[in-house]
Design a protein around this ligand. Structure first.
Ligand code: NAD
Ligand code: TYD
Length: 355
């Protein structure tokens, strides 16, 4: 029987990481998962409660910035792949307090790269060794936000310049460049994915879609930044998981793959779909002060991953978003438990003065 592959997933208690772990355990009996997560405010063990009895799943509570711990995880579990989701991810929080974005997203990534490089090298004592154990791979999960903002027409390709505008995007771009440098300098077996905005179950309700669903359900105002005409390219999280799997299995080392839904919507259009699905009035919408440095438009050219790896999104945003809204409606306990005291104080600070 073929040996089971061991995957170290970082940030697996967050939105996309937990969806990815469910995806692997449901569909891939050949995989076992080690989830390393610091359980910040965005990490939620409840996202993985269905996995806790699965013998192919292990959870390690730990911080990717803890070099000793990360090295010990490699020594103990000897993973064949790293799927690196762990990050500070919310643009508004990066504007409030950028420090942790730099330490987690940049330094944390470098610590993981170093630990994987040491553990996977064929000749660990040879500093110049550029050969690695057969089949090992580091998949770095990045974002379209590293490309900055588009006006009007056009899309981001993998060759677009990195022009990040928020501290979040800048920290992700820093991490991408480190991954690139490890490939170029050390021959380290890494691939980068850059994905557009995700939606789906288990997203923390500080992000647009779950925040609006929760407020609309309670007839609270829906805080739209500025004119609400900013455009995002939305992708269902399960399509993102499929894409990551395709890149892990067949992506070319040292390459970047854009992942997008091809479904551009303004924030107001998204809010309107949510209102329609819930049968709530547009009078709940409140235009509030714009986000500083707010990117106007993101749009992805995902031709490379389609052509090379045969990946295409399976969901349309209209159907996927309705299904997602109904998931939050069907899981009120999840939503209310996530909205802890910490979230409440963030919300009060962020949306102060909104009627
Ligand atoms: P999230 O904020 O929901 O989850 C992040 C997870 O990382 C949490 O479980 C958190 O506890 C963990 N974490 C944070 N700091 C850590 C640390 N120092 N050590 C260990 N664990 C830590 O994020 P998400 O939306 O699931 O995003 C996952 C990844 O995908 C991120 O790298 C993000 O940049 C990228 N991405 C997200 C989107 C999106 O729309 N959400 C789009 C493109 C790319
Ligand atoms: P968000 O979910 O934070 O993702 P990102 O900034 O990474 O794209 O926001 C998506 C869009 O929704 C973005 O243009 C900002 C906007 N937005 C609002 O208008 N109001 C809100 O309360 C939030 C959280 C976001």
């Amino acid at each position: 029987m073929a040996r089971m592959k061991k995957v170290l997933v970082t940030g697996g208690a967050g939105f996309i990481g937990s969806n990815f772990i469910h995806y692997c355990l449901d569909r891939r009996p050949d995989l076992s998962i080690i989830n390393l997560d610091a359980l910040t405010y965005a990490g939620n063990m409840e996202n993985l409660s269905l996995c806790s009895c699965d013998r192919r799943y292990r959870f390690i509570h730990g911080d990717i910035r803890d070099r000793e711990l990360v090295q010990s995880v490699f020594a103990e579990y000897d993973p064949d792949a790293v799927i690196h989701f762990a990050a500070e991810t919310h643009v508004d929080r990066s504007i409030e307090d950028p420090d942790v974005f730099v330490t987690t997203n940049v330094l944390g990534t470098q610590i993981l790269l170093d630990a994987a490089k040491t553990a996977w090298k064929k000749h660990p004592k040879d500093h110049r060794c550029r050969q690695y154990r057969k089949g090992v791979r580091f998949i770095h999960i990045s974002t379209d936000e590293v490309y900055g903002s588009l006006d009007g027409e056009g899309t981001f390709s993998e060759e677009s310049p990195l022009l990040p505008n928020s501290p979040y995007a800048a920290s992700k771009a820093g991490a991408d460049l480190l991954v690139r440098s490890y490939f170029r300098t050390f021959g380290f077996p890494a691939v980068i994915t850059r994905c557009s905005n995700n939606y789906g179950p288990y997203q923390f309700p500080e992000k647009l879609i779950p925040l609006m669903v929760r407020n609309a359900q309670q007839d609270l105002p829906l805080p739209v930044y500025g004119d609400g005409m900013q455009v995002r390219d939305w992708l269902h999280v399960s399509d993102h998981c499929e894409a990551v799997m395709a890149v892990w299995e067949n992506g070319r080392l040292g390459e970047v793959y854009n992942i997008g839904g091809g479904f551009e919507k303004t924030n107001l259009e998204i809010v309107q779909i949510i209102l329609d699905t819930l049968g709530k009035p547009a009078s709940l919408i409140r235009h509030i002060a714009d986000r500083p440095g707010h990117d106007r438009r993101y749009a992805m050219d995902y031709g490379k991953i389609s052509k090379e790896l045969g990946w295409q999104p399976a969901h349309t945003v209209e159907d996927g978003l309705k299904e997602t809204v109904l998931w939050y409606v069907d899981n009120p306990d999840w939503l209310e438990r996530v909205v802890s005291g910490q979230y409440r104080s963030y919300y009060a600070r962020m949306y102060r003065g909104m009627e």
